[in-house]
Write a protein of this length. Sequence first.
Length: 101
Amino acid sequence: MGARPSTKSTSATAVVLLARLVEGRARRFVLALAIAHGVAFVLVGLFHGTADAPGYSLAIHVGGAAVGILCANTVAVMAGSLRSLELPTAYRVFSIANVPV
């Protein structure tokens, strides 16, 4: 069996492809979220979230994870709200279902 790509590289590829589909401010926003997501998960990988690590390590690990998750969720909601992408209705509805109107 061949090596499977990690979810981080897969999500990075998906965001780059999404950025190519949108224009203007939306593209810049998607790229900013992608960069923040990448930096966040580098921090998660560099700073271990264990009790044996120094005190600041856990805080950086948890903070990086939170930023990475928020960026990924924001991209999913944003993709659902962009009509120009012509996504299936089911995806659009479930993507933005939890956003207050």
